[in-house]
Design a protein around this ligand. Structure first.
Ligand SMILES: [Zn+2]
Length: 324
């Protein structure tokens, strides 16, 4: 595992496009510059444009104009990149009892009929800023720049990359709806889109493992090892954090953090090993933009999306090194 990852890392640092702005001794070895890295460059600015674009639709809470516009945008964008795009709809009620029809968006990138890797994020945003410091905002929908748009932004940029340079694996990108209409303190009232998906996998779908992206846009990004991810998919966590260390991304901190019920959990419960990449301290333990009106693009950065996107691209394009 370790030796394999080191080989992967060597191949990666030979890429002149890799690791923007970072100097690496290996990169400057003239005799090696002819080597072609198999890992495409993650375009941080393009990913950040995807984040801003979603926020510009307005809040994407169920029933809103922003929700409808964003859903149309996600479909049209993914249709330009993926082999197949289809929707999975399901009826549900929010924790406040309002009935809606939820929509998961599924984009397929397939080379053969081998089991695929799932990349997931939630595209809906919370209808209520119930953690805001101002009680007048408790019933207002959040902008969801980090909580919602950031994960989707990374996956849209990855979809663009997959359309240009296929990774050596089959992939499904799934954008979950109805992640964030739950009642604080009641875990299972969250992640409804993922819960539905896990119980209603697309016909013939087989998955090796899943990576969920949530709240990964924070300017001061610190991703730690979420406990449920380690409980269900420790080998994948090891691969991700080792790759981040080898690439020199300080945003990944190889320390444990408390478990979170997020979109990865219904997948784990359906026997798909799934990890959650999340920075719940947004921006830190003493200040929280989470579920507030302050969750806006100025609190996020292209560099954070770049770190996450680049690490996971390296894992995906180096499949021979995967322990799973
Ligand atoms: Zn949320």
């Amino acid at each position: 595992m370790k030796a394999q990852l080191s080989l992967l890392a060597l191949a990666l640092v030979l890429s002149a496009s890799c690791n923007q702005g970072k100097q690496s001794p290996q990169r400057e070895a003239g005799s090696q510059t002819a080597a072609v890295s198999p890992v495409p460059r993650f375009d941080a600015e393009n990913a950040f444009r995807y984040l801003v674009k979603q926020v510009e639709f307005g809040p994407r809470n169920p029933g809103s104009a922003g929700y409808r516009q964003c859903l149309a945008f996600l479909q049209s964008e993914l249709r330009t990149f993926a082999d197949t795009v289809f929707l999975q709809t399901f009826p549900y009620r929010t924790s406040r009892g309002e009935p809606f029809l939820g929509t998961n968006v599924i984009a397929r990138f397939r080379q053969n009929d081998k089991p695929a890797i799932l990349l997931t994020a939630h595209w809906d945003t919370r209808p209520w800023a119930d953690q805001d410091t101002d009680p007048k905002n408790y019933d207002r929908p959040i902008p969801g720049a980090n909580d919602g748009a950031s994960g989707v932004a990374v996956l849209l940029e990855m979809a663009r990359i997959f359309s240009e340079a296929r990774p050596p694996v089959n992939l499904d990108i799934v954008l979950f709806d109805a992640e964030d209409t739950g009642e604080t303190g009641n875990s299972k009232s969250f992640a409804l889109g993922s819960q539905y998906f896990a119980k209603n996998l697309p016909a013939g779908a087989q998955y090796r493992y899943a990576i969920n992206f949530d709240m990964i846009g924070d300017k001061s990004l610190e991703i730690r090892r979420e406990a449920n991810s380690d409980a269900y998919a420790q080998a994948l966590m090891d691969a991700v954090f080792s790759t981040a260390r080898l690439l020199g991304f300080p945003q990944f901190i190889n320390e444990p953090m408390a478990g979170i019920y997020d979109d990865h959990m219904p997948l784990n419960e359906a026997n798909i090993p799934a990890i959650d990449l999340i920075d719940f301290g947004y921006p830190d333990e003493s200040h929280r933009y989470w579920h507030t009106m302050q969750d806006t693009p100025d609190k996020c950065s292209p560099e954070s999306l770049f770190a996450v996107g680049t690490v996971i691209l390296h894992v995906l394009y180096g499949q021979g090194t995967q322990p799973l």
